[in-house]
Design a protein around this ligand. Structure first.
Ligand code: SAM
Length: 191
């Protein structure tokens, strides 16, 4: 797959959102960055319809939708083609016997590390503290990623260029305090 061929030739960067849900975050990012191509991946039909509505209302020309399981899309992408990946409020699968269904697994991190360009960002958010700890442990154990956070605000506060998602709004309204991780893909050869 040549993802750049899906977009106009003057594309500056390519971003991927895995599990975009209602698509509010993806549509807002695409609106803010018209020079960047956005690939959205989700299987949820109502969510895809919602994203299509956002695209239509805002007349966005820089979004493409992949209605496939994210690991299949990652496997089809070339090396180092993505400048930023968003994985926001993924299903937490809280029961121990279901942990293997969580998206963040060593193999998924290997796949992300392969498709991310040097110095690219991997943004992850959750309101489920066991999944936050799980993700932090696996990402920090992976040689291709670093976590440049310095103060608690770096993960407790959503950065201004990070639009709120629908799931996040519901979690916050329910009294939860999400965490926001921005990991960096280390340059190849320095891992
Ligand atoms: C809890 S919802 C969060 C949606 C959105 N990110 C938000 O914050 O509002 C998780 C989303 O991930 C999608 N999803 C789950 N597993 C997926 C997979 N393997 N590939 C693509 N999408 C997936 C679901 O269909 C759902 O829309």
């Amino acid at each position: 797959m040549r993802p750049n061929a899906l977009f106009p030739p003057d594309l500056r960067d390519l971003c991927l959102e895995i599990g975009f849900g209602g698509g509010e975050h993806l549509a807002r990012q695409a609106e803010l960055h018209p020079e960047t191509g956005f690939l959205g991946c989700d299987l949820f039909t109502n969510g895809i319809a919602s994203l299509v509505r956002h695209i239509d209302e805002r007349r966005l020309e820089n979004v493409r939708i992949a209605d496939v399981e994210a690991t299949l899309l990652l496997a089809a992408l070339p090396d180092a083609c993505i400048g930023r990946v968003f994985l926001l409020f993924p299903d937490p699968w809280p029961k121990r016997r279901h942990h293997k269904r969580r998206f963040v697994q060593p193999a998924a991190l290997d796949a992300l590390a392969r498709v991310l360009a040097d110095d690219a960002e991997f943004r992850f958010a959750t309101d489920h503290s066991p999944y936050a700890r799980w993700t932090l442990a696996l990402v920090l154990a992976h040689e291709a990623f670093a976590w440049p956070a310095e103060t608690a605000d770096d993960w407790r506060r959503r950065p201004p260029d990070w639009p709120e998602t629908r799931y996040e709004a519901a979690a916050v309204a329910g009294g939860d305090r999400p965490v926001y991780f921005a990991f960096r893909r280390l340059p190849r050869g320095t891992e």
